[in-house]
Design a protein around this ligand. Sequence first.
Ligand SMILES: [Mg+2]
Length: 268
Amino acid sequence: MTMRPYLLASDLDGTLIPTHRSAQGLREVAELVDAFQANQQLLLAYVTGRHLSLAQAGIEEVGLPSPDWYVCDVGTSVYRRKNGDFEPDETYRQAMRAAYGGLVGDDIRHAIGTVAGMELQEEDKQAEFKVSYYTRGRPEPLVDTVQSRLGKACVNLNLVASYDPVAERGLLDVLPAGIAKDYAVRYLQRQSGVDEQHLVYAGDSGNDRAAMLAGYPAIVVGNADDALKKDLVTESAPRGLADQIYFAEHASARGVLEGLRHFGALKR
Ligand SMILES: [Mg+2]
């Protein structure tokens, strides 16, 4: 009897890629990679806010293996492996186009205009279906202002706020309505055909929240935002998901390894 495969769908920065590239952090990544290699039944998807090229650069930098899928730009693009290369999943792209309600990034930037304490991220962090800003301090207080600038267009949009404790700045992404990492993760589950209980999600920050509450086993790495941990405790219980969310003791890659063992996704 063959073992039914697991799919690890994991965030990169702060989760599989340690925030500080210390020798210890890199050793922990190498331990996790050894565990992946010893478990051929584990499929891999990297689910990141990064662009494809920056995601590929990031995994090479720390020695993570090439995955089966990349979900980039906070869930707004999916790339599948084909002949050793990655190509955009066109079905997914069409779904994004529909979800954005015919808007393009420029329409959104224009409507939002200038907001004190907020600036557009670099051009290489913008994507076809994602407009991204940095905020001074936490982004949450600016959400109302952004929403009012967007007005009626808001029905087609979703604002995702997270905080980067290392750079001490907020991140605010404007995505198509209903689209975040969780939407892409559901899509991957259908595409991969793995059982719901065999898809394990791992993450560390606000843009992982929806995916962690999507009903799949989820690993919250030890270095995750305290506000996120508290929120997940509060939100998971009424949804009956308390047992589905594992708060790892260890940070980053070692926390992911700990969580995969907890959920039985690794043979050893
Ligand atoms: Mg992260």
